[in-house]
Design a protein around this ligand. Structure first.
Ligand code: ATP
Length: 223
């Protein structure tokens, strides 16, 4: 019999981490009855330019952001691995240490729309369920229309609203979540910092203090 506990895996550049990331994780851990969410900062993102802050700073900000939430943990394995971070390698590692525990890969709808650009993307469904959260500008009701054909076929075949199957199967389903719309993005935050504008109420105070202390994101944006 499979264990009833399921964990969420939430990868991101977190450059910096903000309230939409935290709210996404909170709504999914709660709404899908997951045990934990593992935040996995990515080292060298394959799909974008160099992050504005170093891996060490992004890791420190992620740790500060999740403080006080017993269901949130940080997994720094991608930062320890040399070279490009591929989700398929991360999930394979986690799968081999977790047996047949249900795993859920969390992402915004913008990330899912670009899923076929991910390395060995179709193998990811063998390793985890995918939970897609609505993101402003990427409505879930129009999601299928915007997907490339092979991904649309996978989506139609795997989509489910049956939360029991999330716990009874280890991987392979796709769930969608109507996340409370929060139109916050890390790129917008970096732009605000360059303008010396207030960041308050967009990300945790501890992360704002860290950014100020270390004078992050003042240089021109590389991404
Ligand atoms: P950037 O603005 O630099 O692209 P970002 O805010 O999208 O950054 P990432 O670290 O790239 O942050 O995102 C990690 C994950 O969080 C992705 O799956 C992304 O879709 C999701 N995400 C980020 N912001 C939101 C948001 N406002 N609503 C829903 N999902 C989001």
């Amino acid at each position: 019999m499979k264990p009833a506990s399921a964990i969420g895996l939430f990868g991101g550049t977190f450059d910096p981490i903000h309230f939409a990331h935290l709210r996404l994780a909170e709504e999914i851990v709660d709404g899908f009855g997951l045990d934990q969410i593992h935040f996995i900062p990515t080292a060298t993102p394959p799909h974008r330019g160099e992050p504005g802050a170093s891996p060490a700073h992004r890791l420190a900000m992620t740790r500060l952001a999740i403080q006080g939430n017993p269901r949130f943990v940080v997994d720094d394995r991608e930062l320890k691995r040399a070279g490009t971070s591929y989700t398929v390698d991360t999930l394979s590692e986690i799968r081999s240490s977790r047996g047949d525990q249900p795993l859920c890969l969390l992402m915004g709808a913008d990330a899912f729309a670009a899923f076929t650009t991910w390395h060995r993307w179709s193998e990811l469904f063998d390793l985890a369920h995918v939970v897609i959260a609505r993101r402003p500008g990427y409505p879930l009701e129009h999601l299928t229309a915007s997907l490339p054909d092979p991904l649309r076929a996978q989506y139609q075949r795997r989509k489910s609203a049956d939360l029991a199957s999330l716990k009874s199967e280890a991987a392979g389903k796709i769930f969608a979540h109507e996340l409370t719309a929060l139109d916050v993005s890390a790129s917008r935050l970096r732009a605000l910092i360059k303008q010396n504008a207030s960041l308050r109420y967009l990300l945790p105070d501890a992360v704002i203090a860290y950014i100020e202390e270390h004078k992050l994101y003042k240089e021109p944006d590389a991404s």
